[in-house]
Write a protein that binds this ligand. Sequence first.
Ligand SMILES: Nc1nc2c([nH]c(=O)n2[C@@H]2O[C@H](COP(=O)(O)OP(=O)(O)OP(=O)(O)O)[C@@H](O)[C@H]2O)c(=O)[nH]1
Length: 145
Amino acid sequence: MADEVANTMANEMANTAPIDVAVGILMQANGDVLLGQRPAGKPYAGYWEFPGGKVEAGESIFAALQREFVEELGIEVRSAEPWCCVDYAYPHAHVRLHFYISHDWRGEPQSLEGQAFAWQGSVECTPLLPATIPLIAWLDRMRFG
Ligand SMILES: Nc1nc2c([nH]c(=O)n2[C@@H]2O[C@H](COP(=O)(O)OP(=O)(O)OP(=O)(O)O)[C@@H](O)[C@H]2O)c(=O)[nH]1
């Protein structure tokens, strides 16, 4: 029953305009990628995701990405390539996720907003946000053949 309610809410959300979200995949030379854990108090608290957040009015996607990485992790993303764009309707929001891949950043991740972070590759991070699961599978094909 709870699933039915969630599905109905998600279907209704799909009819609303999507919120743009900038999402960054920092990829190390060995293919490891950085994941963060959503903090308490947000929808899907405790789920793992790529760092990022909502694009503000008048902001470019890349500028939003750079701002979120500074705010959450104290990292300067120097350059990043747009990789793919995914629309997803959650019961709480309809999001348009703009995924960027970066090999070019400065600084070590620090948990400035209290979330956990991990380099995924050697470590398995679950649960993942639903919209992010297929992305990890595509990345794995790219990283490990
Ligand atoms: N950062 C990030 N967000 C994702 C991913 N996958 C995914 O579905 N999302 C969704 O995109 C939205 C991001 O919003 P957010 O709440 O993290 O953004 P924010 O930090 O700007 O939040 P705020 O509203 O508290 O300021 C959420 O609805 C989240 O569920 C992902 O891999 N990374």
